[in-house]
Ligand binder design. Structure first.
Ligand SMILES: Nc1ncnc2c1ncn2[C@@H]1O[C@H](COP(=O)(O)OP(=O)(O)O)[C@@H](O)[C@H]1O
Ligand SMILES: N[C@@H](CCC(=O)OP(=O)(O)O)C(=O)O
Length: 379
């Protein structure tokens, strides 16, 4: 590329099935080579690139000649197992045209759940990037069951962006960006060029995938953008077919929808709490506790808990829920669920007499908590 890329050091590019197939039933290799050319160009200009690629299931169907199979989990896994090897073969060949090697990481939620595995995956990503090799990530669909899946590659790419400490996440899809309504249903829908806050009114605009190709539509892209922004990563949703889209996004030219990063990003451990583990349970809080943890930066005490849902151990991740059902924070439990059932609503002084032991007043400590939404008064 000619103009220099300013500012970005490390970029995650996520390519949806809709982009890789150009809306058809098979991989559009002519377009994939064009995308590989742009990613290679970015790398030559000194920006490190991590690719999150969908398309394994589509590639599996194509490779096997579009077999008619019952719509079971095992058959989807079969298609992914066949397709993933075709997909990585295609990327490996396409990047080799530009003199680049690729390395494959197939992840599941379980790899992100455990802090040690999370750090291992991070080391592998960093080692590949240090050698100028393009890390190529997909979900390990062939072995992952619903319980251990991230579930969609938008969310997976946000987690990848956090893992490798990227400064830009590009979500490339079959629309020009986020519109104020699904453009497939509403032809007069308008593109939203920039987003500063992600709130419920914005979430209402983002629908699912109707093409039958992608998973999650704009709804999962917004979830991904929300996670990435909180870690200080800028996000762009744009069309994977827009000419030179990867270069333009990396040069900060106006393309698609840009989500500004939150300026004081979370520290690494809190990023992991946000992006890594699946919540094992929920604590229902009264309004006082919601205000204390979200607006006043306090730890959660047993007194403010009105209900305990799920079976969990000390160290598991929990969602903290407001009286109107909103998840206002995520955090790590310092007491297991059975103990919490006994001390919920009780004053901290009663913990030791009730349980016969005491891990401290904080049920979820402020250092182990990520606030998602502020509700209540600061004082
Ligand atoms: N507000 C919106 N703006 C743009 N696209 C939307 C919106 N709501 C829903 N969509 C749908 O999201 C789809 C893109 O997501 P998806 O099908 O999952 O593609 P990908 O394979 O790229 O992840 C679009 O084709 C569009 O129909
Ligand atoms: N892991 C799956 C894709 C899952 C997914 O999120 O797809 P998409 O919405 O097209 O990005 C695959 O490789 O087929």
């Amino acid at each position: 590329m000619n103009s220099s890329v300013q500012g970005y050091r490390r970029v995650v590019v996520k390519l949806g099935t809709s982009v890789l197939t150009s809306g058809s039933k098979s991989l559009d290799k002519a377009h994939m080579v064009e995308l590989a050319r742009q990613m290679a160009g970015l790398m030559k200009s000194g920006v490190e690139v991590v690719l999150v690629t969908s398309g394994a299931i589509a590639a599996g169907r194509e490779h096997l000649g579009y077999p008619v199979l019952p719509d079971t989990m095992a058959n989807k896994q079969l298609l992914a197992a066949v397709g993933q090897s075709q997909l990585i073969l295609a990327w490996s060949q396409l990047f080799s045209i530009y003199g680049l090697h690729v390395g494959q990481l197939l992840l599941t939620r379980a790899d992100l759940h455990d802090r040690e595995r999370y750090l291992n995956a991070r080391d592998t990503l960093n080692a590949l990037l240090a050698q100028g090799i393009v890390p190529i990530i997909n979900e390990n669909d062939a072995v992952a069951t619903t319980e251990i899946k991230v579930g969609d590659n938008d969310n997976l790419s946000a987690r990848a962006a956090l893992l490798c400490d990227a400064d830009l996440l590009m979500l490339l899809t079959d629309q020009k960006g986020l519109f104020d309504a699904d453009p497939r249903k509403e032809p007069n829908a308008r593109l939203i060029p920039e987003v500063e806050h992600i709130d419920d009114s914005l979430r209402l605009l983002a629908g699912g995938s109707v093409s039958g190709l992608g998973t999650g539509g704009m709804a999962t892209k917004l979830q991904a953008a929300d996670i990435a922004r909180r870690a200080g990563v800028e996000v762009i949703i744009a069309s994977g077919h827009h000419p030179e889209v990867i270069f333009k996004a990396a040069r900060r030219e106006a393309v698609g929808t840009r989500f500004l990063a939150i300026e004081s990003p979370l520290e690494s451990r809190k990023q992991w709490i946000l992006a890594g583990p699946k919540a094992k349970g929920r604590l229902l809080l009264d309004l006082g506790a919601v205000a204390a943890v979200t607006c006043r930066g306090r730890s959660l005490l047993s007194k403010g808990i009105t209900g305990v849902e799920g079976l969990f151990e000390r160290g598991d991740t929990l969602e903290l829920v407001s009286p109107d059902g909103r998840v206002v924070a995520r955090g790590i439990a310092r007491y297991q669920s059975q103990a919490l059932n006994l001390i919920a609503g009780k004053h901290s002084d009663e913990i030791e007499p009730l349980l016969g032991y005491d891990y401290g007043d904080a049920v979820v400590h402020r250092n182990d908590m990520v606030v998602l939404e502020m509700i209540g008064e600061a004082r």
